[in-house]
Design a protein around this ligand. Structure first.
Ligand SMILES: *[C@@H]1O[C@H](CO)[C@@H](O)[C@H](O)[C@H]1NC(C)=O
Ligand SMILES: *[C@@H]1O[C@H](CO)[C@@H](O)[C@H](O)[C@H]1NC(C)=O
Ligand SMILES: *[C@@H]1O[C@H](CO)[C@@H](O)[C@H](O)[C@H]1NC(C)=O
Ligand SMILES: [Zn+2]
Length: 438
């Protein structure tokens, strides 16, 4: 609504509209330290689509990858937005092996089940580009020489992980950004922020009922078809990890972000492991990431988010939201440069944060295998207990038999032979003597 007005207004009105929208943005920024108006802004620069992917080059990239690496990448095209654009649900693993487990220290461990979500917010291009880089890295390495480090890294990922990826959770919003050149747009084609539309603390004050607000939550939880892929895939799979990727700052959020959790200081499951993971990720690159429980890290609250839902309802053990990139010195109301690096810097910024993914995979493998070993040790110790019990019963049985004198004959033969060889062992003799005396 506001947008149409902006485009049609007369020059004089436009001046006031622009001025007031800028003031509004400044007030919002000062007030929350976070919010950005969704109205079009004057952008100091726009992305170069020879460098950044737009929806059509992204589509080509995914088609080519699926066609070139059918053993490693499968695409489910069926999940779609309101306007029927694919959200590209990828499944990345080594499909030429039929096993759904890997071997660790001689034990079978179920492949680690991961769900990554990208593109929930239309204006955040950077995370999607970092994913494309990761996918190129994995697929190219898999066809490199088998002694090379590239190959070993890809094999490590493809052997140990079942990686599911929602590449573009909100393609209609992205389409709107590309068509309108409004790089502040965050929601869907209806302006719904799908990261407020999930069924966890839906409708509370860390979201908005106003369709013109950038945190518009929609009429009811899961009202938007864009959330369908999230609920369906988590019903089908038992995930170990969920991560929702964003940009705008460098921060790693632990659950929970909702208003009630901030009041009650709600603590997520696995707080210790989550903190270890976030802490490892925060120093994995040349840039330091802040991390912590969202309720402690931020002043604002967010209700109905995807990652709170995955942690609170689905109980996925390792759940995070990661803001991969931000511009420290950003000023003014422009958006593209606030959420994304300039085209000329994109490749460098992406390779800079790539180690965060590497650390993530190493950490989760270690976490998974050590929890399996712990489990194994527990069952081993109960096995040993049973073993002792049986041995004890057996000994008691033997003693009872001996007491009844049934083994005496056998024993006499046996002990005579051994008394000679074991002469020096007086205790042994005493032992046999004891038995004889019985
Ligand atoms: C997307 O980017 C490509 C490459 O720059 C360009 O040829 C194409 O016209 C763009 N598509 C749209 C719909 O803007
Ligand atoms: C993929 O990333 C890993 C870790 O940074 C690196 O060692 C490897 O060489 C990369 N592979 C390719 C094909 O670039
Ligand atoms: C994929 O699995 C097959 C069959 O187990 C194996 O021969 C191949 O080396 C694996 N490839 C990679 C890249 O992991
Ligand atoms: Zn975001």
């Amino acid at each position: 609504m506001k947008l149409r007005y902006f485009h049609q207004c007369k020059i004089f009105n436009c001046f006031y509209a622009t001025l007031s929208s800028h003031i509004l943005v400044l007030v919002l920024l000062l007030y929350s330290g976070h919010g950005v108006d969704v109205k079009p802004q004057k952008e100091p620069y726009l992305p170069d689509y020879e460098v950044y992917h737009n929806l059509s080059t992204l589509n080509i990239f995914i088609q080519n990858m699926a066609a070139s690496f059918p053993n490693f990448v499968k695409v489910d095209w069926t999940y779609k937005s309101l306007q029927h654009r694919s959200q590209y649900l990828l499944h990345v693993t080594n499909f030429s092996s039929s096993k759904n487990y890997f071997i660790h220290d001689g034990m079978e461990v179920r492949k680690i089940q991961i769900l990554f979500s990208y593109g929930e917010h239309a204006r955040e291009f950077f995370p999607v580009e970092s994913l494309i880089f990761l996918l190129k890295n994995i697929t190219q390495g898999a066809s490199a020489l088998s002694e090379s480090f590239q190959y070993k890294f890809s094999k490590f990922i493809l052997t140990n992980f079942d990686l599911y990826i929602i590449v573009m959770a909100n393609p209609d919003g992205r389409f709107y950004v590309e068509m309108s050149d409004n790089y502040c747009w965050r929601g869907t084609s209806k302006g719904v922020d799908i990261n407020r539309n999930f069924g966890w603390e839906f409708g509370k004050k860390g979201s908005s009922s106003d369709p013109n607000d950038e945190e518009y939550r929609g009429p009811s939880s899961f009202s938007e078809p864009e959330t369908k892929v999230f609920t369906t895939i988590t019903e089908r799979n038992n995930f170990d990890v969920f991560i929702s990727f964003h940009s705008g700052t460098r921060q790693i959020y632990l659950p929970f972000a909702d208003t009630r959790s901030k009041l009650t200081h709600r603590i997520p499951d696995n707080l210790i492991t989550l903190t270890k993971l976030a802490s490892a990720l925060s120093v994995s690159t040349a840039h330091k990431y802040q991390f912590g429980r969202t309720s402690e890290l931020t002043d604002y609250t967010a209700d109905g988010t995807s990652f709170d839902y995955m942690a609170g309802v689905k109980h996925i053990p390792l759940t995070l939201a990661i803001e991969l990139w931000g511009r420290n010195n950003h000023v003014g109301p422009s958006c593209f440069d606030q959420f994304n690096p300039q085209s000329e810097q994109l490749q460098r910024e992406i390779s800079d944060i790539h180690p965060l993914y590497v650390t993530f995979f190493q950490f989760t493998l270690k976490w998974k295998t050590s929890s399996v070993i712990k489990h194994q040790v527990q069952s081993l110790s109960s096995f040993i207990q049973v073993h002792y019990l049986l041995t004890g019963c057996l000994l008691i049985g033997i003693i009872v038999l001996l007491v009844q004198g049934r083994l005496l004959f056998c024993h006499r033969l046996y002990s005579r032979k051994h008394i000679i060889s074991l002469r020096s062992l007086s205790s042994t003799l005493t032992y046999w003597g004891f038995i004889k005396s019985v």
